[in-house]
Design a protein around this ligand. Structure first.
Ligand SMILES: [Zn+2]
Length: 54
């Protein structure tokens, strides 16, 4: 049997995706927001986005 790596795309970025796309800071809340909302943003940017939606 082969390991089919093409199916599990998300596992490749597991340790490198804690950087917020808005402010470029590293924060563990980025990963949580990515899972919950689909956005790579930290909790402070997420709060700003909620208050001031663009
Ligand atoms: Zn941010």
């Amino acid at each position: 049997m082969k390991n089919d790596d093409h199916i599990v795309l998300q596992d490749n970025n597991e340790n490198t995706d804690n950087f917020c796309e808005q402010c470029k800071k590293e924060d563990e809340s980025v990963k949580q927001n990515l899972i919950m909302h689909g956005y790579k943003i930290c909790k402070s940017c997420n709060l700003a986005k909620t208050i001031f939606p663009i």
